[in-house]
Design a protein around this ligand. Structure first.
Ligand SMILES: [Zn+2]
Ligand SMILES: [Zn+2]
Length: 346
């Protein structure tokens, strides 16, 4: 039997503890990756606390894993042992449905999330179908690359999916883990970028990420001052805001695109959609080809998450830090010290 050791929670709101699981044999199309770094995402907290009702305990979270391939099945194509790859929200999909055949594997109804019914990257190794193990460009800084694999792709994929142009004016609502990456991508894309933030005290930092102007996201009068100025508005927050005023910032044919998991239903007045022919949409992460494009673009434009590092054996401190809203702007767990696992693999 083969075991992988990591850090797992056995129930909602419980601390993570050292945990080992029997992997079973490696699938013919699977790779096994020795994790070097793994980002901590808000979705890890949602799964740990079963906020979406999908969690299967015990769960090893972590779905922004970076590491080297240490084993692979006989049917794996185009990857090699020792190659450095990234694994994000998904580890598998059916590969034969319409969505998989058209590159939108992330929309596959059989897509398997890395941390639901499968153990994730806060472990010494993690497994995935080789299609979902995305090769990392050699020039990408690997110690901060993890958050690109979920946070980064989530804000990058809409630029491709909805044909955002360099001449467009783009707004980003919420300048946290997702938003600070969205500013960098939209700026490098060539767009004029407006940041909507609840914390104007960090204005200098926000400009440093690529914002040309900053507007308070909590002040409706300030939001309305930029009415009718944006083509695309990317919402990264997970709390309700003044959606009516934010919709008014869009020009005719504008789109408000939601990637933050706001649990309350969005109150969208139909009149705001009808007048100006506006659209409201959402999307989950991205497919493997778009992930590879995103990593290539990030490497070329030196786009990098701003991260705080914790050693993996301080995972519970890292989770408390993120849950308290203190992360600036993403947290990465370093797996470099192999004694962190508490339990040795057999
Ligand atoms: Zn499929
Ligand atoms: Zn995530």
């Amino acid at each position: 039997m083969t075991y992988i050791s990591g850090w797992a929670a056995r129930g909602a709101r419980q601390k993570l503890e050292p945990y080992s699981y029997d992997t079973g044999p490696l699938g013919l199309e699977e790779v096994e990756v020795a994790v070097e770094y793994c980002g901590l995402c808000h979705s890890d907290l949602s799964i740990l606390n079963n906020e979406w009702g999908l969690t299967q305990y015990p769960v090893i979270p972590g779905h922004e894993a970076v590491g080297r391939i240490v084993a692979m099945g006989d049917q794996v194509k185009s990857l090699k042992i020792g190659q450095r790859v990234g694994i994000g929200w998904n580890v598998n999909s059916c590969m034969h449905c319409h969505e998989c055949l058209t590159g939108a594997h992330n929309l596959c109804s059989k897509a398997e999330p890395t941390i639901i019914g499968h153990h994730g990257g806060f472990a010494e190794r993690v497994r995935a179908h080789w299609i979902w193990a995305i090769p990392l460009p050699g020039t990408l800084e690997i110690s901060s690359a993890g958050p690109l694999l979920c946070g980064g792709i989530t804000v990058f994929a809409p630029l491709i999916a909805f044909g955002v142009k360099p001449t467009d004016r783009v707004g980003v609502v919420g300048i946290g883990g997702l938003g600070h990456l969205a500013l960098q991508f939209a700026h490098a894309w060539g767009c004029e970028v407006t940041a909507f933030s609840s914390n104007l005290a960090k204005a200098e930092e926000v400009r440093g990420f690529g914002a040309h102007r900053i507007v308070s996201s909590r002040n409706s009068a300030e939001i309305l001052k930029v009415a009718n100025s944006l083509d695309f508005l990317l919402v990264t927050v997970n709390t309700p805001l003044d959606w009516t005023s934010l919709l008014k910032t869009l020009r005719p044919n504008g789109r408000m695109h939601v990637v933050g998991a706001v649990l309350e239903p969005l109150a969208i007045p139909a009149f705001e959609l009808i007048m100006g022919q506006k659209t409201v949409s959402g999307s989950p992460t991205g497919g493997p080809a778009v992930m590879a494009t995103m990593l290539d673009f990030a490497a070329r434009h030196h786009i990098a998450p701003q991260v705080e590092h914790f050693p993996l054996n301080k995972i519970n401190d890292a989770i408390a830090h993120l849950a308290a809203g203190k992360a600036r702007y993403r947290v990465v767990l370093d797996h470099v010290d192999r004694t962190d696992f508490g339990v040795r693999s057999i």
